[in-house]
Design a protein around this ligand. Structure first.
Ligand code: S3P
Length: 440
């Protein structure tokens, strides 16, 4: 499916932010382990969490996903988790594959994890290595999927110094620690998103973090979990809101409100960067929901200026680099985004995908292995080569937002994968006043 996007005078209006993908994945997994009746609302009914829910049901989790009401019901299981009869297909979801590998290893389940072409090319050594050191038996295809988990028992204590700041690695280990009852200490160079820690704490786990010598250290001790409430609300996905925020910033006379957006500081650092670039963004009605900070975000059109971004802030805006590159493209002056080598192993090689897309719309840029420099343009896009999405949802949505600055319109090819994280992206954008259409 190819989509076209065109200049529209302004974006106006208010909408509810779709549920957070990372949190949706975690509450499906941890919720199924709680083995109690829970109603999860505002869950993201996109293909990534749906793949995770299906995989969990294959091991007897008993989750009922209602895609129309964005809810999931978990019920008390009559039987324990069991080995699946077929392999577990996690589709495009790195979070699903990596977190479930840890979770199932600790449970002592025999299973094979598979995924689509993009997921099958992504690195899995980062989880296979620590989980193996924990005592679990895993076979991978040269550190790629499929991963075969063979029933095994982990050690009673595990300490891991992670070479990278990755919430998926940390969470895979923590979920293996949870289901395998393993006392665990993890050190990461810079704190990555902490949704797993917050959720485990919310459900009564013995877990705490500390910063020592600038590193983030997480301590987990096995204990029983319990629920405080039979209802769990998934806060809005900051990463989805980010597309709307940048869209409003770069479109003339725009003013929008996005409701119930999760603004966990380990996720929402893009806001600090955009404000520093001159973005008119305000938080209202800040509150705590499900042990996550949430608020409404008011955004007004602003002339941005270029910025230098890099270092410790990167893990807390790692998924927002594509849309940040679009903001930088329409800023006054040059921007440099450094220390983003991890982008090479996301759903696509995002550094390459961003650079190729910017070339196609005539925005001067240059990349090296770990950074991109972008020369902003305060006017409109003139060049209109079709843009390749590289089958990557965030690349597709970022360039559709860039289309707001094209009077002739731009076309982004192969946008199918938008459904992995933000199925209502086109209708939400068009409800605010953009003009995104399918090209027949
Ligand atoms: C995620 C962690 C990040 C992020 C991904 C979701 C998570 O990946 O890019 O989209 O839910 O834990 P890494 O752990 O590889 O940095």
């Amino acid at each position: 499916m190819n989509l076209s996007a065109k200049y529209s005078a302004c974006l106006k209006g208010e909408l509810l932010c779709p549920g957070d993908k990372s949190i949706s994945q975690r509450v499906l997994i941890i919720g199924s382990f709680l083995n109690q009746e829970i109603l999860i609302s505002n869950i993201l009914a996109s293909s990534d969490p749906i793949c995770t829910a299906n995989a969990l049901n294959q091991v007897n989790a008993n989750l009922t996903f209602n895609k129309l009401s964005n809810t999931v019901k978990t019920v008390k299981r009559q039987m324990p988790f069991q080995d699946p009869t077929e392999s577990l297909d996690l589709g495009n979801s790195g979070t699903g594959a990596r977190l479930l590998t840890g979770f199932l290893s600790g449970l002592g389940i025999n299973a094979t994890i598979t995924g689509d072409k993009s997921l099958s090319s992504r690195p899995m050594k980062r989880i296979v290595e620590p989980l193996t050191k924990m005592g679990f038996k895993l076979n991978s295809n040269n550190h790629r999927l499929p991963i075969e988990i063979t029933q095994s028992i982990g050690s009673s204590f595990f300490e891991y110094n992670s070479p990278i700041s990755s919430a998926q690695v940390k969470s895979s280990i923590l979920l293996a620690a949870l289901t395998g009852s393993i006392e665990t200490k993890i050190t990461e160079p810079i704190g990555s998103r902490d949704h797993t820690e917050r959720m485990l704490k919310y459900f009564g786990a013995d877990i705490h973090s500390e910063i020592k010598n600038e590193k983030n250290i997480i301590h987990f001790s096995p204990s029983d979990l319990s629920i405080q409430d039979e209802n769990y609300y998934v806060v809005g996905d900051f990463s989805s809101a980010a597309f709307l925020i940048v869209a409003a910033l770069i479109s003339e006379d725009s003013e929008i409100i996005i409701r119930d957006v999760g603004i966990n500081p380990t996720r929402a650092a893009l806001i600090n960067v955009l404000k520093e670039m001159g973005g008119n963004i305000e938080f209202t009605k800040v509150k705590q929901v499900s042990n996550e900070e949430v608020c409404n975000i008011l955004v007004k059109n602003s002339q941005l200026k270029g910025a230098d971004i890099g270092g410790d802030i990167i893990p807390s805006l790692i998924d927002e680099i594509p849309i940040l590159s679009i903001a930088a493209s329409f800023a006054d002056g040059k921007s440099k985004i450094s220390d983003i080598g991890e982008l090479r192993v996301k759903e696509s090689d995002r550094l390459n995908a961003i650079s190729k897309g910017l070339d196609a719309i005539g925005i001067k840029n240059c990349t090296d292995n770990t950074s991109i420099t972008i020369e902003g343009k305060t006017g409109y896009i003139e060049q209109i080569d079709n843009i390749k999405s590289f089958d990557d949802h965030r690349i597709a949505m970022s360039f559709l937002v860039a289309g707001l600055r094209s009077k002739r319109g731009i076309i982004v090819n192969n946008c199918e994968n938008i459904v992995t994280s933000y199925p209502n992206f086109v209708s939400d954008m068009n409800q605010l006043g953009s003009r995104i259409d399918e090209v027949k």
